[in-house]
Design a protein around this ligand. Sequence first.
Ligand SMILES: NC(=O)c1ccc[n+]([C@@H]2O[C@H](COP(=O)([O-])OP(=O)(O)OC[C@H]3O[C@@H](n4cnc5c(N)ncnc54)[C@H](OP(=O)(O)O)[C@@H]3O)[C@@H](O)[C@H]2O)c1
Length: 306
Amino acid sequence: MKAVICTKYGSPEVLKIGDVEKPTPKPKEVLVKIMATAVNSGDVRVRGLIVEGFMKIVMRFVLGFTKPRKAILGTVFSGVVEQIGENVTKFKVGDEIFGATGFKFGTYAEYTALNEAGSLIVKPKNASFEEAAAIIFGGQTAIYFLEKVGIKHKTNPKILVIGATGAVGVAAIQIAKHYHADITAVCSSNGVGIVRDLGINNVILYDKEDFTKYSKKFDIIFDAVGKTNKSQCLPLLEKGGVYKTVGGLDVATETQEQLYFLKELFEQGKYSAVIDKTFPMEKVVEAHQYVDTGHKKGNVVLKISH
Ligand SMILES: NC(=O)c1ccc[n+]([C@@H]2O[C@H](COP(=O)([O-])OP(=O)(O)OC[C@H]3O[C@@H](n4cnc5c(N)ncnc54)[C@H](OP(=O)(O)O)[C@@H]3O)[C@@H](O)[C@H]2O)c1
């Protein structure tokens, strides 16, 4: 099968298309024909070993010293179950599914074999394969962090979403909307259209004004891009308010429950995939170059099969 191989850590050119053995599913695994994946900020971080200071050493221990041990990157997918192991009960051949592989990686490929108990479920009925692949990374991350700040237990919380136009930001806005939050978004002038399309009127343009001087106070401040710290945001917090950033040491985990939640929102028409660009697998280098800029809006999809 064709796959994108990460030959070493470095610039996007380290990614090469090659032929590797097609996996065979173990008894509890499904063989998935991957239709689409996404190129996320996490993928470019791994490819380029883009982390600060001592974390570089930690990452080398976790991921591999000179190159990723898991040479096929990619952590999200949508696709079709092509074969099932003899003990699989949850899926059948032909099911259209979506999910995340976490540290197993392996979704920049035509096939992957995954344990049925992992973070994979039947995809939203009304989602294309591209949309289904696009919503996973930002969606699962935003759900993880917004649950940590207890959003579902607050009544109409006032929330400030910093970095509202990234994969995590557009997801956070839509999830906060579901919880009837009063949302204010921080984004650049280039991103304001996307934020308004998501139904947000209170927008602070960080390239035009200093958001820390804003007059309103918030119950939740969620930095979805990791560009702030708590002390900077303290003046904007209500008494008892909480600050959370994706930029700390807390790493989001992926669960089936998060996928069910995203599927439900998508099927109810309450969730949009916000796809910025779609690239074919052959253009994976260009896709990584684009995501490397740090300016993508929403999600970048990598189409694997047609
Ligand atoms: N801790 C975790 O578990 C976890 C999980 C997922 C992601 N992350 C981290 O979260 C960060 C965001 O991820 P992502 O996938 O959403 O990134 P992304 O899709 O690449 O988006 C970044 C977005 O932020 C905007 N932006 C850049 N600088 C900004 C600023 N100073 N203020 C407000 N907006 C700004 C960019 O648009 P403009 O440049 O036009 O403003 C862009 O739309 C990454 O650093 C990633 O590594 C952490």
